[in-house]
Design a protein around this ligand. Structure first.
Ligand code: PMP
Length: 444
């Protein structure tokens, strides 16, 4: 446990200590005078979300972790993965693999998806080092400096940061309870007087808002993409984690073999993020370029982990695991929404996700005017971690909102965290309120 002094030190940990750029070593402003840095460095904004991992690891007091979007240790099949590894890893697992991915993993994906709504076609798959590499390759292939890229507002800012790293101009389009507001997208593109190269969307249980893009908006987005010649970058790590409501067909189902649909997938949320295994599903004619891009990055994806995931799927474990996750996350989400309603009542509005990991909370009523960056600091000292809304918009909107991950904590632990959050809000209200711009579109 922390001493009082340590507790005070934790209170001094500010949201500014979640750097969006590296601050140590040779990087940062001081390095630019010393070293011949590329201008590209100006577009490297980093990730507040990822930086929260090290920040939280450096704290020694008890913290309920609603910040990172990671599956909890208690639902990660660590023992099973370890025993499968002991059985399947052999000499072939420890050498270089094919850049496009280990055939046994591609085969497992194809077989596992064959009876589902979105079958995987082997000629469309390239295995990647997590979803992030899929996003990086997509923006690398499609975006020149100054090209327009549409992102949702709020969005997964690691994705928008990747677009920025290739010099994109971002156009932020609001999200409401049905996902990206496609009418507003049309107006915004008309106003921008140029069409987007890429439309980046997270259609299911969006990170960070938890909302899902409606069927009619998916269809409209496909029409617009075809009218403009834009690529739909369909980033869907959470689609198989639906625990309520009906499946909504994905872009690949609505428009099979569409060259303008580039889909990014990952095992991070459905199995374990530390494996760093994902895949892209894209037009086979793009594959030579995709593979060249990957060869200039990392040659191939981690081979032992590809063998491990392939065997996990081949044994039928993934389907059982997903069924368990859906049950578990349904009850975790319910525990969080009930605790929030109980403890915070009219002081907040939340989205109502039907799957995935996240709830989006907007401060209102007695909490209107509290800045979620300040709340982050107070809450961290009080032993609960969240991601302030400003970290989830490339232009730092949503100071009146924050993201909570309901997937990582058991219901009991969640209730502890929400009680701490309520105390943190009491303290934030007692401070002189910093007025923030109202209106977080994602929340109804
Ligand atoms: N896209 C979204 C929407 C995500 O939430 C994440 C993970 N937080 C990723 C991509 C990246 O996935 P990975 O960890 O497999 O790189």
């Amino acid at each position: 446990m922390r001493t009082t002094d340590e507790g005070t030190a934790a209170m001094l940990t500010t949201v500014d200590s979640l750097p969006t750029r590296p601050t140590a070593g040779l990087s940062g402003p001081s390095a630019s005078g010393l070293l011949p840095l590329a201008r590209r460095g100006d577009g490297l904004v980093g990730s507040v979300i990822d930086s929260s991992t090290s920040l939280l690891a450096a704290q020694s007091h008890d913290i309920v972790r609603f910040a990172m979007g990671a599956p909890a240790a208690d639902v990660t099949p660590a023992r099973l993965l370890t025993s499968i590894a002991a059985e399947v890893w052999d000499e072939s697992s420890f050498t270089y693999g094919a850049t496009e991915g280990e055939p046994r993993l591609i085969q497992a994906l194809v077989e596992d998806s064959a009876d589902g709504p979105q079958p995987v076609h082997p000629e469309r798959v390239v295995i990647t080092s997590g979803g992030m590499q899929g996003l990086d390759i997509a923006f690398k292939l499609f975006v020149d400096p100054g090209d327009l890229v549409v992102v949702e507002s709020p969005t997964y800012t690691n994705g928008s940061a990747t677009a920025l790293s290739y010099g994109a101009d971002l156009l932020e389009v609001p999200v409401d309870a049905d996902g990206m507001d496609v009418e507003r997208l049309e107006d915004a593109v008309a106003g921008a007087r140029r069409t987007p190269k890429v439309i980046y969307t997270i259609p299911n249980f969006q990170n960070p808002s938890g909302v899902t893009l409606s069927l009619s908006r998916r269809r409209r987005l496909l029409e617009l993409a075809h009218r403009w010649g834009s690529v739909i970058l369909d980033d869907d790590p959470y689609g198989s984690l639906r625990f309520a409501g009906q499946h909504i067909p994905g872009f690949g189902q609505l428009s099979p073999h569409d060259p303008l649909v580039f889909s990014v997938r990952t095992f991070s949320k459905i199995l374990a993020p530390g494996l760093r295994v994902g895949w892209v599903d894209a037009d086979p004619r793009l594959h030579p370029l995709l593979i060249s891009a990957k060869q200039a990055m990392d040659t191939c994806t981690n081979v032992p982990n590809q063998h491990l995931v392939a065997e996990f799927i081949r044994r039928g474990e993934l389907d059982e695991h997903l069924a368990m996750l859906r049950r578990e996350y349904r009850s975790r989400k319910q525990a969080m929404t009930e605790a929030l309603a109980d403890q915070l009542g009219d002081g907040i509005a939340t989205t109502d996700p039907q799957g995935g990991f996240f709830l989006w909370v907007t401060l209102r009523g007695p909490n209107a005017g509290i800045d979620s960056r300040r709340l982050f600091e107070i809450a961290l000292a009080a032993g609960v971690a969240l991601i302030p809304g400003t970290a989830l918009s490339p232009s730092h909107r949503f100071a009146d909102a924050f993201r909570l991950c309901f997937a990582s904590c058991s219901p009991r632990r969640t209730r502890v965290g929400v009680r701490r959050l309520a105390r943190a809000l009491d303290q934030a209200r007692d401070e002189a309120p910093t007025r923030t711009p109202a209106g977080s579109a994602a929340t109804r």
